[in-house]
Design a protein. Structure first.
Ligand code: CA
Ligand code: CA
Length: 355
């Protein structure tokens, strides 16, 4: 009667969540008639379970709330197809077509902010050579025999993004298309690696900025996921490290752009858009990481004289990293701030630590 989960131990916390939900459901299911008992391969596990009538159970409701993350603002969860998942008794209650992978399934009642989607990914193992379907992605560091730590293992799967589903909201302020690699414009479907902790962190940063009196209705993602192929093409000299977190779906280069002109806003109201405005974002990340240590990661501040202006890289690599890049002005600023406030405590000295 026990559900059998044979997924990688490193799988996102949904593995545990699903197990807990299944335990709740299993408890309820002991009351059902024996004739209803059936074996079935089901996925996505949580999506199916959350749609069951037992959603009224207090425990299960708490689980569904948990889906919204620490920020409470997630509107999607990404799961890999389980290799083997057998849940007794539930088969008759499901209308989910288990062969349909990848897929997007709504979980009713999981969020007050809008439609909540459970997105089943295409497994990483479906990548053939350097492509998923007709979309070229290249090779991850682990595939090239370079594995720095567990955080740099190959992703577990890809979100299939189509012209029809690209607008699906994945959290209050973001949608799938915000994180797509900026290449192969005419190739569909595209494939995306995106991790929920990044969305959670970005939402918490927005919330923190607002709490501290900074207008932050719109955070624009300049660059989210970057396929290894795209990342490689950009080259190290442009600041893109070969082990860039952008390849793992938990990094984003962002600006606050309330006026929607594609350029960082004057966040500190000094009449200029410059590096100091990027530092406003850094301050918010510092506060968020103090409150949520498991969302710790990298922050890079980029001084850019280009059309975008300055921007901030934010990631959830699991260890603290800080760096500053771009322009002598930025470097002078870094030196000053390190000496004075110590707020930029560690500046990466090698390209591999950045991004
Ligand atoms: Ca702007
Ligand atoms: Ca300013």
């Amino acid at each position: 009667m026990e559900p059998i989960f044979a997924q990688k131990a490193r799988m996102n916390p949904l593995g545990h969540l699903a197990r807990r939900i299944a335990a709740v459901v299993a408890t309820v299911s002991t009351l059902a008639p024996a004739s209803a008992i059936a074996q079935a391969d089901l996925h996505p596990d949580v999506a199916a379970l959350a749609k069951l009538p037992v959603v009224d159970s207090t425990s299960l409701r708490a689980m569904v709330v948990h889906l919204a993350g620490k920020s409470g603002k997630l509107l999607a969860r990404f799961v890999v197809p389980p290799r083997s998942l057998a849940i007794p008794i539930l088969a008759n209650n499901l209308n989910y077509a288990s062969k349909l992978i990848p897929t997007v399934q709504e979980i009713t009642g999981a969020s007050k902010l809008g439609r909540f989607s459970m997105i089943t990914m295409k497994s990483f193992r479906e990548k053939v050579a350097g492509s998923v379907g007709g979309y070229r992605v290249g090779f991850w560091p682990e595939e090239n025999g370079r594995l720095r730590s567990e955080a740099y293992e190959n992703p577990e799967g890809f979100i299939e993004v189509t012209p029809q589903n690209q607008d699906i909201r994945v959290s209050e302020h973001f949608q799938l298309s915000d994180f797509l690699t900026h290449d192969q414009k005419d190739v569909w479907p595209k494939y995306l690696v995106l991790r929920e902790p990044l969305l959670d962190k970005l939402e918490l940063v927005i919330e923190d900025l607002v709490r501290h009196g900074v207008r932050a209705e719109r955070m624009r993602v300049l660059s989210g996921f970057r396929t290894p192929q795209y990342n490689l093409a950009l080259g190290d000299e442009s600041g893109r490290a070969r082990d860039s977190r952008h390849q793992f779906g938990d990094a984003a280069d962002v600006i606050i752009d309330n006026d929607d002109n594609g350029r960082m806003d004057d966040l500190n109201h000094d009449g200029r858009v410059n590096f100091s405005d990027a530092r406003v974002i850094l301050a918010a990340v510092e506060r968020v990481e103090r409150e949520y240590p498991d969302l710790v990661g990298g922050v890079g501040l980029y001084h850019s004289g280009g059309p975008r202006g300055p921007f901030a890289h934010i990631d959830v690599r699991g260890i603290r990293a800080r760096w500053v890049q771009g322009g002598t002005r930025a470097r002078r600023h870094r030196a000053r701030s390190t000496k004075r406030s110590g707020s930029v405590k560690r500046v990466a000295s090698t390209a591999s630590s950045k991004d």
